[in-house]
Design a protein around this ligand. Structure first.
Ligand code: XMP
Length: 510
């Protein structure tokens, strides 16, 4: 049986993929299509429902995105959100006006009888972000919610199955938004909820197979979750037409290089080139102390190594990138100040001879990528890895990078990770690692004086890694970690725990 589908028609809003994600959370398959998609194409897909997204425009602006009015006659349920709700009103003969001030933020909305608001409180907090508002609904429609500043926060014609909300049900700030989307999908569109990650994986693999055909693909594998999942997916699609290049730059965590190699060679039989470029990287980093200088050096060196390998492989048609949806949004924020130059392994080498980039995870959020990884058979331990920065341990060694400091850091970090896992905290703390400072201090061990390195432990909880709080790790876990590190790792005599949030600090120390 064909999977049921809901279409999110994109009018240029910020939250379009988030809407799609919320629909998928309700176990309904969902595709985001540009508003330029023709009515015939939409009809051919036989969607169970259509959601119009928000967008930055005003419906009266002739340049603003509009849609063929015939869409309202298809008999397919439609939910308009924000701009989408204004567009529906405008197209069907209602009127939209511009308010003197924007309504923005959490707003108390009063709802009335509507299938959309079943099991939703009469007073409910919703997220508003609009200047235009609907001041008259089209004929046959009734207003089903309002706020202090917005006379029409929701309206509908239940008979024609047309619904609209001025607020954003997809964002968390709309406290009962998920329930409203659930009502639309299940009570209006009559979805059954037949979508699971397995179907997504199957479909995506099939599409990749079709697209790539018998051409060649190259993937820079970092060992991180995203590039690993992307590689495995492409491997499922085209087998040995995929070559992965894994650069061991000497800045990986303890045993990491071998672990990555084992999973990809043994478990998947993937064409894998491991480039042991430790000396090259450490040589290049000699004398580099300033964090940005380190980052730039590593970024450039990576591209050089990657290009050299790509040249050996010969002409490839596609380059794989493990870009996920939050990366797409963040890179859209073009004017933001550069706090750190993030170097993602897989960053674009300019001279590699390839035709096209494939980004198979571009529509997914991190937790969806993890679920997809499990579906594709990646080990749990691998899929639940915490993020690891492209420049690796280089940004966790303060000051100049030496082999000695790297060895100390690797051993200490491994102990910290073991203790966190043993305490069952490895899923609730989002990132945790050790940092070796450039400072030595005096200690006493046995009967003797020591003069050794101070290490810091860093552990944070965060949803998005843009802001973060320091993790309240139980003292006994910190105590065990500290004792073990000082006893088991040479040249460390002092441990400190980092208790700054981000901002004002960042997660990594450099
Ligand atoms: P900061 O230190 O900026 O880190 O608070 C936020 C998140 O990004 C990771 N990070 C990086 N990831 N390349 C990456 O791929 C980088 O250069 C990089 N620098 C930081 C960091 O580990 C944290 O998860």
């Amino acid at each position: 049986m064909k999977n049921e589908l809901v279409i999110v028609l994109d009018f240029g809003g910020q939250y379009n993929q988030l809407i799609a994600r919320r629909v998928r959370e309700e176990k309904v398959y969902c595709e985001v299509l540009p508003y330029k998609t023709s009515l015939d194409q939409i009809r051919a897909k036989e969607p169970k429902g259509i959601i119009f997204t928000g967008g930055p425009n005003s419906v009266y602006d002739p340049a603003s995105p509009h849609y063929d009015k015939a869409i309202f006659e298809l008999g397919i349920p439609i939910l308009g959100i924000c701009y989408g709700s204004q567009l529906m009103a405008y197209e069907l003969g209602g009127s939209v006006a511009t308010a003197p001030t924007r309504e923005y933020g959490k707003t108390e909305v009063r709802t009335s009888q509507s299938v959309l608001f079943e099991d939703v409180h009469e007073k409910t907090v919703c997220w508003m972000s609009h200047t235009d508002y609907i001041d008259r609904v089209p004929e046959g429609f009734k207003v089903t919610a309002y706020s202090k500043a917005c006379p029409c926060a929701a309206y509908e014609d239940a008979e024609r199955k047309l619904y609209a909300v001025q607020f954003h049900p997809e964002v968390n700030h709309t406290e009962e938004g998920q329930r409203m989307l659930h009502n639309f999908l299940y009570r209006v569109c009559k979805c059954r909820g037949d979508w699971v990650m397995k179907d997504y994986a199957k479909r995506a693999v099939m599409e990749l197979r079709e697209k790539i055909g018998d051409r060649k693909v190259l993937c820079a594998l970092s060992g991180g979750v995203d590039s690993s999942v992307a590689a495995v997916m492409i491997h499922k699609a085209v087998g040995d037409r995929l070559t992965c290049v894994f650069v061991d730059n000497g800045l990986l965590r303890k045993n990491e290089g071998d672990e990555v190699e084992t999973v990809f060679r043994k478990q998947y039989d993937i064409n894998l080139v491991r480039v042991n470029a430790q000396e090259r990287f450490l040589g290049r980093l000699k004398g580099a102390v300033e964090p940005e200088a380190k980052r730039k050096a590593i970024g450039e060196e990576f591209i050089r190594v990657f290009e050299a390998e790509a040249e050996k492989i010969g002409k490839v048609d596609f380059l794989v990138q493990g870009t996920i949806y939050p990366d797409v949004i963040e890179s859209g924020a073009g004017d933001a100040a550069v706090i750190k130059s993030h170097h993602n392994v897989g960053g674009l080498p300019e001279h590699v001879d390839f035709k096209e980039i494939i980004e198979p995870l571009r529509d997914l959020f991190k937790d969806e990528v993890r679920r997809l990884g499990i579906e594709l058979g990646l080990p749990e331990k691998f899929v639940w890895r915490q993020p690891f920065p492209g420049p690796g341990l280089a940004v966790r060694v303060i000051g100049e990078i030496t082999e000695e400091k790297l060895d100390i850091l690797r051993d200490a970090d491994a102990i910290f990770r073991e203790e966190i896992a043993r305490a069952g905290l490895d899923r609730s703390i989002n990132q945790y690692f050790a940092v070796i400072t450039d400072m030595r201090s005096v200690g006493v061990m046995g009967d003797g004086r020591t003069y050794d390195y101070t290490l810091a432990l860093r552990a944070v909880t965060t949803d998005d890694f843009m802001t973060a709080d320091w993790a309240r790790i139980p003292y006994d876990v910190l105590e065990r970690t500290s004792n073990r590190i000082v006893n088991e790792v040479k040249n460390v005599n002092r441990l400190v725990y980092d208790i700054t949030s981000k901002p004002p600090a960042t997660i990594e120390w450099e």
